[in-house]
Design a protein around this ligand. Structure first.
Ligand code: G3I
Length: 376
């Protein structure tokens, strides 16, 4: 995000005291149903959602909804390295600071997303001349980021999406910038540095393509398990595995048996499991809104019935909260998931007018049916 936008958002945040949400909040529909965070907490699960800075720092009725429904927020983009860096050593923490400040003021937990992600790594890093300088730059990033928010982060995605078995390496690691610049040990180095910088934050390996019954998903699940076993054998700290869960209706086959087995295998490694980025896109559903919402809700229900049945799943985060704000509606990446008829997608539990959708009912039903677990 350009620095000018950061300044505008921060100026807006200062101009509108966070305690004084606009009257729209009072005008929002009364809440006859419990909040998702309440249903989740009753089972020992933390429920949260991804937010972008303006959505919480320029308070409106959506901000009020976040405060009503969630117990945790995660910044959608503001902490990604390339999004906050303007050259070597030139990091802008202002939005991250403001978002954490908001979370603390409202007693929300905060997930860190993410320290390292090949996709959002500054261009200059890729130009570094040798392994030594790349390792030093990576460690400076990890140490600076994690230490800055020490004691205030629920969990950190330390290396986002480190695996890609399709790249053909026996260890399943993704052939991308950190591996190429530093070597496979970059992941262990990053986790050790993160632990040293904040001993309290859970350290998470966050992956996608582990949800469905496809050969690539079988391979990714196996690769995650092998990676964790290797990290454990080497004494590399890792506390949790994230399942992103960007789901779609009518697209891929689902196997409750395979998902259940994956969760059980992770739990057997004494890991916490986090559902980190849940949403359900409707690009293959008909235009009719009622039918779309029904299919989306079915997909939420089908996935969550299995996922929340595993007591090691302690965190559930949706990638957004209302269809008003979603990366899919904004058409940012992954064009496969955009509707071809131009209608806005409806991937989240609340619609753009902030009314509960069948997806909300599906989430509430799954939370109510989930077994009680120990609070993480
Ligand atoms: O900030 C600029 C803005 O200044 C500019 O005017 C606008 C015009 O295109 O672009 C804005 O940046 C966009 C940014 O989102 C903020 O909205 C980028 O183009 C866009 O690529 C970026 O997309 C994000 C994407 O990650 C890549 O970082 C999505 O919002 C975000 O939802 C998505 O999240 C990822 C998770 O981090 C990891 N797992 C997958 C998930 C979905 O792709």
């Amino acid at each position: 995000m350009p620095l000018i936008s950061r300044r505008r958002i921060l100026a807006g945040a200062l101009a509108s005291p966070l305690a004084a949400l606009p009257h729209k909040e009072a005008a929002a529909a009364p809440a006859p149903a419990p909040a998702l965070k309440t249903l989740a907490a009753a089972r020992g699960i933390t429920y949260g959602c991804a937010v972008a800075a303006p959505q919480i720092l320029e308070p409106d009725d959506f901000t009020a909804l976040v405060l009503r429904e969630t117990a945790l927020v995660v910044p959608e983009n503001e902490m990604k390295w390339a999004d906050m860096n303007d050259g070597p050593g030139r990091d802008d923490y202002s939005l991250g600071d403001a978002m954490i400040g908001f979370a603390r003021a409202h007693r929300l937990a905060f997930r860190g997303h993410n320290v390292l992600w090949y996709w959002r790594t500054p261009g200059w890093f890729q130009e570094l001349p040798d392994r030594k300088s790349a390792e030093a730059a990576m460690l400076r990033r990890v140490e600076a980021m994690v230490a800055r928010y020490r004691g205030r982060i629920h969990s950190w995605d330390v290396v986002n999406e480190p695996l890609n078995p399709a790249d053909g390496r026996p260890d399943g690691l993704r052939k991308a910038v950190f591996l190429e610049q530093i070597g496979p040990e970059y992941l262990d180095l990053a986790h050790h540095a993160a632990r040293a910088a904040d001993p309290h934050a859970r350290l998470v390996v966050n992956e996608y393509d582990v949800e469905y019954d496809l050969p690539e998903h079988d391979a990714k699940r196996a690769a995650v398990l092998r990676l964790i076993e290797r990290m454990r054998a080497k004494g590399t700290p890792v506390d949790a595995v994230g399942i992103q869960a960007h789901l779609s209706v009518r697209r891929w086959p689902f196997s409750a048996i395979k998902l259940r087995q994956y969760l059980a295998d992770l739990a057997a490694l004494d890991l916490e499991i986090q559902i980190t980025e849940l949403d359900v896109t409707d690009e293959l559903a008909p235009a009719d809104i009622a039918e779309r919402d029904r299919l989306v809700a079915e997909e939420y229900a089908r996935f969550l019935a299995v996922a929340l049945d595993e007591p090691a799943v302690k965190l559930l985060t949706t990638w957004g909260l209302s269809d008003r704000h979603s990366w899919i509606v904004r058409h940012e990446t992954n064009d496969m998931k955009w509707r071809k008829d131009g209608l806005p997608s409806r991937p989240l539990p609340f619609d753009a007018a902030l009314a509960r959708k069948p997806a909300w009912d599906a989430m509430a039903g799954a939370l109510r049916a989930a077994p009680q677990r120990q609070v993480g």
